[in-house]
Design a binder for this molecule. Structure first.
Ligand SMILES: O=C(O)/C=C/C(=O)CC(=O)CC(=O)O
Ligand SMILES: [Ca+2]
Ligand SMILES: [Mg+2]
Length: 383
């Protein structure tokens, strides 16, 4: 199956042999060097492609994204420009992260986690059905796929007070992130119809979570050290334009949402995720069933007049479906007992040396499939 053909063309940042960081587009198992293409006059983005992150091009806006993508497609089709084998490339964080926000938009995830963390309360709080709940994360600790994940230390609930040490309940969250290109002015809102004007593309996210630290610290202000130690993203940003065939009706919303969240077309994206734990596929989270859509998340994120910056990343929240084999966290996967991996070992939470990889596909035009690369990370013992 071709995942990186001419209908995809995801953007990344690469270097070869420790050289300069350059913008490129993945074409099958090669990277088309856009820095070299702009230097050679094969493409014109007013110099934005000759920079070490995608931010300058992302700031140029939707018309420029379309024009550059169309030209990249011509180059890729004609075999013009420099192709570097992917195997020779080191891949970097593709964009400089401005603000990072994480939502909580799967009803299955919310109800699973609610049962585990708040057994004496309703699974899902009343406000959840009226607004896409989220928290502000730590932009500076968003790292590219492959970066080792150092097991965090912190406080957890102990007998008669806090215990302290390396997290004993280290977990993942399989998510889909949206990368903002076009910024806004402080004091303005983005309407629910504004997604495609502001979002440049989509990237896979793993919101690593230390459940023991989280459970002790989060009342009443939400996650802090339990989620701020690292968030991994895939090295490839799939342009929103490449996902034109992946839109699908989102779940009906009842109770009805307020006007600012009501879209003429209430659409989600039909992405199929897969989670591998030390090489064993343990889950296939379906993104199409997310209750809150990215368009609603963006409208809510700015409804108070908060501005958008180029490089803002907002993540969907953990992608969980209704079945145990569809959940996006190990907290949920192992709630009823450990899972057995292909090597025969049993797991509940992550052990040092464990590797988790998340991949995804989406339908492209004419029966093609769009790939998102992978976001992977290996847990290492605290130094
Ligand atoms: O319900 C809670 O208290 C916590 C939920 C999460 O940890 C999930 C979170 O980060 C948001 C999400 O990924 O859906
Ligand atoms: Ca999360
Ligand atoms: Mg995180």
């Amino acid at each position: 199956m071709t995942l990186y053909g001419l209908d995809n063309l995801p953007y990344g940042v690469f270097s070869v042999d420790g050289g300069r960081r350059r913008i490129g587009v993945r074409v099958h198992d090669d990277v088309l060097d856009l820095d070299a293409a702009e230097a050679a006059g094969l493409i014109d983005a007013r110099g934005a492609l000759r920079t070490p992150t995608l931010n300058a091009h992302m700031a140029q806006g939707r018309a420029a994204w379309s024009a550059v993508r169309a030209r990249v497609r011509e180059l890729a089709r004609a075999g013009d420009g420099t192709l570097v084998p992917l195997a020779d490339c080191e891949l970097h964080l593709p964009f400089q992260v401005a603000d990072y926000v994480d939502f909580y938009s799967s009803a299955w995830h919310a109800s699973n986690v609610g049962k585990i963390l708040r057994p004496n309360q309703p699974d899902i709080p009343e406000n959840w059905w009226h607004l896409p709940i989220g928290y502000h994360g730590r932009a500076g600790t968003v790292t590219v796929s492959g970066t080792p994940i150092v097991r965090p230390w912190g406080q957890r609930r102990g007998d008669g007070g806090p215990a302290f040490g390396p997290s004993t309940r280290l977990d993942i969250e399989a998510e889909v992130g949206f990368v903002v290109g076009t910024p806004t002015r402080l004091g303005t809102r983005v309407p629910v119809s504004g997604l495609a004007d502001h979002v440049f593309g989509v990237v896979l996210v793993n919101d690593w979570s230390a459940r023991d630290i989280q459970a002790w610290e989060y009342v009443p202000l939400g996650p802090f050290c339990g989620k701020s130690f690292a968030t991994s993203v895939a090295p490839w940003v799939v342009p929103l334009e490449a996902l034109a065939h992946a839109w699908t009706p989102a779940p009906a919303q009842d109770p009805p949402v307020l006007d600012y969240l009501r879209a003429d077309e209430h659409l989600g994206l039909d992405l199929s995720l897969a989670v591998e734990w030390n090489g064993t596929r343990v889950s296939r989270p379906p993104f199409a069933g997310m209750y809150w859509t990215p368009a609603q998340q963006l409208a809510h994120l700015t409804v108070n007049g908060a501005s958008l910056c180029t490089g803002d990343l907002f993540a969907s929240g953990t992608v969980s479906g209704p079945q145990r084999e569809e959940v996006g966290s190990f907290l949920e996967l192992t709630a009823a007992g450990p899972v057995r991996l292909a090597d025969g070992s049993l797991r509940t939470f992550l052990e040092d040396g464990d590797t988790v990889s998340i991949t995804a596909t989406a339908p492209g035009p004419d029966g093609t499939t769009i790939g998102f690369g992978e976001v992977t990370g290996t847990v290492v013992k605290t130094a």
